[in-house]
Design a protein around this ligand. Structure first.
Ligand code: ZN
Length: 221
C-alpha cells in the first residue's frame, strides 16, 4: 500500500473514532476496543507442552474478557482487535525468545474466509511478525481439504479430523524455523497437523503460539 493510501486510511480511522468512539467489547467502556482494565483481568494460561512442536506458548485463559475479545474478532467483524490481541501474543513470545525465520497462521476454511473477509489467525500472525521484525507468510500453510467443526469432538476425534488436512509450501519453509499462530488453542490438534505439513515441506523447527487456551475443568466426581 502506498503512503498516501495508508495516510488516508489512518485519517479515516481517526475520524470514525471521533464520530463513533470505540467501546470495549468486554465491558463497553468508551475509549478503546479492548480496555486496559479488561486486559488486566485476563488470567495467565498454564504452561503447555505439545509433543510434535518445538515449543508452544499461550498467553491467557480463554474465558472472560479474552473470550469476549476473540469472539468479537472472529464473529463481529472487528478485525482491529487483532492489534491488542496480537500485543498479548507478543508478550508470550518475548518470554519464549525463539529464533524464528517465518511466521504463518492456521489457514481458515475457504468458505469461512469468504464469509468473514479475513483470517483472524493471519491478522494476529502479521501483528506479531511486525512487532518482532519477522517475515509473515500467510500462504506457507494451505488447507488441502475442509474439516468439519471440531467443537463437539474429543481430543482423539480432533486429531483424526485434521490429520492430513494441511499442506505447506517447501519453497517458503524448507530449512526455516517456522512459528504457526492461532487464536485459540484447544487440544492442539490443528497446530500439530500444520506442524506435520511444515516438517514434511522441510521446516527445521516448528513453534506454535495462541492468544488464549481453552480451560479444561476437572469432571465432577
Ligand atoms: Zn473493558
Amino acid at each position: 500500500m502506498n503512503q498516501l493510501k495508508l495516510l488516508t486510511r489512518q485519517t479515516f480511522t481517526v475520524a470514525m473514532d471521533l464520530l463513533f468512539p470505540p467501546h470495549c467489547v468486554s465491558c463497553e467502556r468508551v475509549g478503546s476496543l479492548l480496555c486496559d482494565r479488561c486486559i488486566a483481568t485476563m488470567t495467565p494460561a498454564p504452561e503447555r507442552v505439545l509433543p510434535g512442536l518445538d515449543g508452544i506458548r499461550v498467553q491467557v485463559n480463554f474465558e472472560g474478557a479474552a473470550s469476549a475479545a476473540i469472539h468479537a474478532l472472529k464473529y463481529d467483524r472487528q478485525p482491529r482487535l487483532a492489534e491488542p490481541l496480537g500485543n498479548l501474543l507478543h508478550q508470550a513470545l518475548q518470554v519464549a525468545n525463539w529464533p524464528v525465520d517465518v511466521v504463518t497462521a492456521v489457514p481458515l476454511a475457504a468458505g469461512r474466509l469468504q464469509e468473514r473477509g479475513y483470517n483472524q489467525a493471519a491478522l494476529l500472525g502479521d501483528c506479531v511478525a511486525r512487532l518482532n521484525g519477522w517475515t509473515f507468510m500467510g500462504e506457507a500453510v494451505t488447507r488441502l481439504r475442509e474439516t468439519p467443526s471440531q467443537v463437539h469432538l474429543s481430543a482423539q476425534e480432533r486429531r483424526e479430523n485434521v490429520a492430513g488436512a494441511f499442506g505447506a509450501r517447501s519453497d517458503l519453509v524448507a530449512g526455516k524455523r517456522v512459528l504457526v499462530v492461532d487464536d485459540v488453542l484447544t487440544t492442539g490438534a490443528t497446530l500439530l497437523a500444520c506442524a506435520d505439513a511444515l516438517r514434511a515441506a522441510g521446516a527445521t523447527c516448528v513453534y506454535g503460539a495462541a492468544v488464549a487456551g481453552a480451560v479444561f475443568h476437572a469432571e465432577p466426581v
